[in-house]
Design a protein around this ligand. Structure first.
Ligand code: CA
Length: 400
């Protein structure tokens, strides 16, 4: 006689602790469930493979096939720079960062920049820019304007604290009595020398190089139709048009460390005419001469007193020319540049233009001030339109 066998299952009360849940274990993937029955009590008639598991969060990132798992209480913010999350009982609880609008103004000398990996753009100290243009006029890192027509070799700028770099310029009088133009630019970064010569020729450690030139982790030199750009690994950049426009950019880490014709980069323009001996002067010629380097043989006008020009006063006796100079420089005050007038005073550029027109062995000397003004406007975020076409200035450094 057959007997009936009654299988009796053990009834088990499951009560998982907070932040845990019960589930049937199905290999490792069985764990990857959320806390749906967290804290519930259940009677189960099957004890095999029933367990309490810690609640975890399953989060999909860039690659959906490979979700990321977080333990209860674990937080993360590296999957999305704008989102920070915490795993709470199997659910990701996230808070989103709200960014200020992109046109939020920054304090002076700062720029709104979104850094890689950051959620919002933030005000970051902009690079300091020193500009040399015309015959020549200087606008220092701290925004001080002056004219200095010395025709020797000078320290334009250098890291006077750490000695990381120096930039020297040799000026040429081009057979004029009182003017000068940048002839060569010598950049030293550590033990490497980059020399920018006439016709945009570039030498590195004395050897002529073809452009573009890339020395990894040291320097990149590129050339456009009208200028050469040297970008160094320490952040110093030099742009030169081979003629009359030179621009040096220095990152904020060099603040208070520089000295030379481009000033000390301490954010204060009034102390920029500090001589090599540390005296603050008002005479640009005294200041400039103090930064002369090399011997007399580097001077192209050796017989003139201090090899220095007479600055803006030399045109005063040439009044008949005044109308012509005014006419040539007038676009700076006109609608061509009006979009920028509220952001950047054009007066110093206009005065520089008048000086450049006094003694102009080349064509279009007035364009040099226009180029310098347009580039500074561009840095301030002002769109000018095609000012070159409107003014007939086709040479010089390209606008950014
Ligand atoms: Ca200063």
């Amino acid at each position: 006689m057959a007997s009936l066998v009654h299988l009796t299952f053990v009834s088990l009360l499951i009560h998982c602790l907070p932040s845990t849940f019960y589930a049937i274990e199905r290999g490792i993937m069985g764990m990857r469930q959320t806390c749906t029955n967290e804290g519930e009590e259940v009677n189960v008639e099957q004890i095999f493979n029933i367990k309490c598991f810690i609640c975890i969060c399953k989060v999909y990132s860039v690659i959906p096939e490979f979700p990321i798992y977080f333990q209860d209480g674990e937080s993360w913010s590296d999957l999305d720079p704008c989102k920070s999350c915490i795993c709470h009982k199997g659910q990701a609880r996230c808070s989103m960062e709200v960014c200020p609008p992109m046109n939020t103004p920054c304090p002076p000398h700062m720029k709104l920049i979104k850094l890689p990996g950051a959620c919002c753009a933030q005000c970051i100290e902009s690079d300091g820019v020193c500009t040399v243009f015309g015959d020549p006029h200087y606008r220092t890192f701290d925004g001080k304007f002056y004219s200095f027509q010395g025709s020797c070799k000078y320290q334009l700028t250098a890291d006077c604290t750490g000695g990381a770099f120096s930039i020297r310029v040799t000026n040429d009088a081009r057979d004029t009595k009182t003017s000068s133009w940048t002839k060569t630019v010598s950049i030293r970064i550590g033990d490497m020398k980059v020399n920018l010569g006439e016709k945009l020729r570039v030498k590195i450690d004395g050897q002529r190089v073809a452009l573009p030139y890339d020395l990894p982790s040291k320097v990149i030199v590129t050339k456009t139709a009208e200028s050469v750009l040297v970008e160094t690994a320490i952040g110093i950049k030099v742009l030169w048009d081979g003629n009359s426009f030179l621009e040096v950019s220095a990152p904020a880490k060099f603040k208070n460390r520089l000295c030379g014709l481009c000033g000390n980069f301490n954010g204060i323009s009034s102390d920029d005419l500090t001589t090599k001996r540390g005296r603050v002067v008002t005479d640009a010629n005294k200041f400039g001469a103090s930064w002369r380097v090399g011997g007399r043989k580097a001077c192209s006008r050796p017989n003139t007193e201090n090899s220095v020009g007479l600055g803006g006063v030399r045109c005063n006796h040439r009044l008949p020319q005044r109308k012509y100079r005014d006419k040539k420089c007038k676009p700076l005050r006109s609608d061509v540049f009006s979009a920028c007038h509220a952001r950047l005073n054009h007066l110093m550029y206009f005065k520089s233009c008048l000086v450049d027109m006094c003694e102009c062995p080349l064509k279009n000397c007035h364009c040099e001030s226009f180029t310098a003004y347009a580039r500074e406007c561009s840095r301030l975020g002002v769109q000018l339109g095609d000012w070159r076409k409107l003014t007939g200035c086709h040479s010089g450094a390209p606008p950014r």
